[in-house]
Design a protein around this ligand. Structure first.
Ligand code: XBP
Ligand code: MG
Length: 253
């Protein structure tokens, strides 16, 4: 068997979108609707235990019971979330968040080596599109055969459904691919789908456990910016190249 495809997560993996993107956008949306709520970074770290923005909002309301003039319906939550998405997309379009170290290099190298590419994320298609187009240009999305995003599945990560969806659409077996993730929730999703997974730690996931990961790194690395290995077999590689991925893949077959 040979490695055929890479499936990328988005938030925390392609870009560090949580603190400077989603969190700020949530707080600005609350302000827009006159809600007297403010999520600080610490609280957001805890709220990230729930994937998906709408689900996170519902969890916050249930757990923290913030003061409300009238109870919020699921439509109200969807409306707040939709405003938050607009704000997030504007931030991305302003160019305030760039791709993480090594991401663009690996995407290009994978395509040069005929590896197929997919995306599996809990965030919305609109957000993925904004991130890829602002960083890779108008054709940024076209590098990926399938964008598995947001509400296309019933249960978001850590359920394996989004990875199962992408594999089915790409007509691939989990054994054919490597997933690239940054969080415990994402890692549990990809591994439950049967995928070997490379982890690049992100701003909110430094202390997560990734038992069984192919390798755990601080980032994918660049020629002039070697990765630091947090967990994995010692290697002479200093960046995640297609060759390194193939080595990791073959070690487990
Ligand atoms: C991480 C998430 C997302 C974002 C917000 O997604 O949990 O919910 O925080 O996205 P990923 P929405 O799977 O890409 O790591 O508000 O658009 O749902
Ligand atoms: Mg993620």
């Amino acid at each position: 068997m040979a490695l055929k495809a890479l499936i990328f997560d988005v938030d925390g993996t392609l870009a560090n979108t949580e603190h400077d993107g989603h969190l700020k956008a949530f707080n600005e949306a609350f302000e827009f609707f006159g809600l007297d709520w403010y999520w600080d970074s610490e609280l957001y770290g805890e709220l990230l235990s729930v994937s998906g923005g709408k689900e996170r909002l519902a969890y916050y309301i249930k757990k923290y019971e913030p003061v409300l003039k009238t109870p919020l319906s699921s439509n109200d939550i969807a409306e707040i979330h939709s405003k938050k998405t607009d704000i997030f997309i504007n931030k991305i379009a302003e160019g305030s968040i760039s791709l993480r170290t090594g991401v663009e290099r690996l995407i290009n190298e994978a395509m040069d080596n005929n590896l197929r590419l997919g995306i599996a994320t809990t965030t919305s298609f609109a957000n993925v599109s904004a991130i890829l187009e602002s960083s890779l240009g108008q054709d940024g999305l076209k590098n990926f055969e399938i964008i598995g995003a947001g509400d296309v599945v019933k249960n978001k990560k850590p359920s394996p459904e989004i990875y199962d969806y992408v594999l089915e659409k790409m007509n691939l077996n989990p054994d054919d691919c490597i997933a690239i993730e940054d969080s415990e929730i994402g890692f549990n999703s990809s591994t439950a789908s049967g995928l070997k997974t490379v982890v690049t730690l992100s701003e909110y996931t430094m202390t997560n456990k990734f038992e069984g990961a192919l390798v755990v790194l601080d980032h994918l690395g660049e020629e002039d910016q070697p990765f630091q290995m947090v967990n994995g077999m010692p290697t002479n590689h200093t960046m995640v190249s297609v060759d390194f991925l193939k080595e990791l893949y073959e070690c487990t077959n």
